[in-house]
Ligand binder design. Sequence first.
Ligand code: DSN
Length: 411
Amino acid sequence: MTQRDDALFAILDRELERQNTTLQLIASENFASRAVMEATGSVLTNKYAEGYPGKRYYGGNQIIDEVEDLARDRVTALFGADHANVQPHAGANANLAVCLALLKPGDKLMGMRLDQGGHLSHGQPVNISGQLYEGIAYGVTESDERLDYDQIRDLAKKERPKMVIAGATAYSHVIDPEIFRSICDETGALFLFDAAHIAGLIAGGAHPNPVPFADVVTFTTHKTLRGPRGGCILSTAEHAAAIDKAVFPGLQGGPLEHVIAAKAVAFHEAAQPEFRDYAHQVVTNARALAAALAGEGFRLVSGGTDNHMMLVDLRPFDADLTGKVAQETLDRAGITLNKNQIPNDPRSPFVTSGLRIGTPSMTTAGMREPEMEAIAALIGRALRHREDQAELDGVRRDVNLLCSKFTPYPG
Ligand code: DSN
């Protein structure tokens, strides 16, 4: 074995320091447990295992099969699904595999508009899902910036898509799987629920479970679910074989069994009673943060949040402040989040008029409602004084102080 790679590990130490000492408010991130990271860093990284448990193309997979079976058993029990494929390397792969399994090139695929909170893999023209298939997009209303199920139903009746996707990356309310099911039943469409953002809220009982209603549910394991970076597909028994075939050999090669082991750890953690408390606290914290941000003069898109994130319209706070400048300013103050378009944003996706802010990470770190109020005040202060370096330095010191009481990886 060679010596420890000091150059690389010095960089890792700096990233650990950044995560420990600054506020992580990106809605799609979280702090994985030590057990999840130990599994990800285990000897399973050494093993090739194309195929599925009991049907591998290489020898030596008896123990690997136990790992993958454990992950599949745990996740089907957690969500009440017939079948799971735990091999997708990412959420986008999971969605593409579902499309490969259930659609033919040229079929219509209906999903939420990207600029109103959807995802690239839901039929966007710049993504393969919008190139192999014909993307049809529904959005939110102008009046309340929420999904209007009657509009979605009308669009589905007009377009007759082969598959309808529910799910979002920047939408702060409950997405009703039962209504989507009825829309799909009325129009003869397949129903895919992309639960990437809210899988942890579902596992923890804070949001409705789409599994009883959808043909297929995809999600990532690293967002609210708090596992390793990766994807997962749940399906009815009817679609199981087609989905497995689409993931491998259709789309991917050797599965990342070290990550699958870490997914098994995360599914176990998400089944514990304390995870229910966590999921509900994520939502409570998001509501508290949204209310406090409103008190700072920001407008909450759609009036607030029912999940782990919120979209902030910066214009009432300061008409000249773009999402890009706000993100960069807050980065300098030790507050990490992302610029985001708001519905009908006059600015481009690279500039934007909004911010997306999420509570999963800081809730894992132990923060509660009083800390959410403190965070809102720090955001307001930094953005009000964005030209004043001394003030930004002061915010950064206060951020460090706050984080020192809620360190995700002490020691
Ligand atoms: N990048 C993810 C997010 O931040 O929502 C979506 O893929």
